[in-house]
Design a protein around this ligand. Sequence first.
Ligand code: UDX
Length: 452
Amino acid sequence: MSADRSTAAPGEPGSPPRRGALGRGHGRGKSAVAVIGTGYVGLTTGAYLAHLGHRVVCADVVAEKVERLSRGEIPIFETGLEELVREGIAGRRLSFVVGAASAVADAEFVFLCVPTPQGEDGSADLSYIEAAATEIAPHLQPETVVVNKSTVPVGSSRVVERAIGRDDVFVVSNPEFLREGSAVHDCLHPDRIVIGSDDQAAAIRVASLFESLEAPLIVTDPASAEAIKYASNAFLATKVSFVNAVANLCEAVGADVREVVLGMGYDRRIGFEFLKPGPGWGGSCFGKDTRALIRLAEDGGYDFSLLRGVVAVNEQQYERVVAKVERLAGGSLTGVPVGAWGLAFKARTDDTRDSPALAVIRRLEERGALVRAYDPAATGDLTDITRVEDPYAACEGATVLVVLTEWDEFRWLDLDKVRDAMAKPRIVDARNLLDPAAVRRKGFTYEGVGRQ
Ligand code: UDX
């Protein structure tokens, strides 16, 4: 790992390390790690740290989940994760236990990977993280580094420090940037590693865990580390809202958003990434983190109106998809059968949390449409959705088909079969997944996003 840039770190002039020695876990190669919480971030973190050679114990409160994980059975849909977990178990570097207290007893590092859901006022709910910190506090060895990976508001390191209430233990922030669907890849090939600590020695000990990864290392103060995570997610959400707004402009002026993005992307300051228009952004992070950042700014006396605009554009985007379906249906959705392809918030994940696909489907239903949806992987509470097991079954008798998630398999379906199944051959492609010319040749009326 190369230390490309180390910002005004705790050890810089005026801020000497609290303790001189690097302490346990530094320079010895492999370390004893506990991970609290086996959700997306926790399970992936545990598995890849074991893959890097560390001895990892993962704790969860649900006994049945721990049992299944101990057998190498993964509750989430994530490419390569099951293999990594099984490799760790077989190599005796990865194990699972019930309860945080037993996991931390011998640990040099404890990673807190518990959820920080959105509270009622938009701010992040820290109750899980405080509870976990309080629970582990009496069981920690002196010199242990507690690493916070959960996304927490700026300043939360202090909350964890207070909950632990010990001055012989360090609290370090190490935000996670993994994407669902490519979590294992993102962990093993990170764009950067961010470590926030008031104690440089503790920061270096955490950095040593990731020694074998080639990535720029940013060592900074805890508040800046926490702000980096929020600002990154908010910026990515801004990019998507921006390109969605540009797509809407293209529709108004007869331009093609794909050409516009191509022309923009060659400017290295802009790039091509994260500029695909669609039905809006979603998932477990973007909505929660953008709203938490707006709230955090508000609490600090700053009106982050730019970000409020980003959220507003996103909600309008759902509405625009609904309006297209309504238009193709002839002006009213009452009693209109609509086929929907996609429920997950993006392809290559089964996650439907804050899914734009669900937001669109629920709005269509509110207007009286009868939606039948197909998704190859989606899980979650979908009891209010009529779900079918086959993409063609979703088209059966439909007046309009709407493509909501960019699953690859939707590109290659038999359009003749789709047309024959539908009452009227009309497609709203909210992901620009299909080839408009090919679809129109088959006799469909087609509407994409930001293109003719
Ligand atoms: C995101 C961040 O990318 C990751 O770094 C962070 O740690 C967690 O949040 P994830 O929630 O897995 O990851 O989803 P991501 O791949 O970022 O996509 C978010 C949403 O934006 C999806 O709904 C996706 O469909 C949408 N999106 C993304 C677009 O509509 N267009 C794009 O060009 C990119």
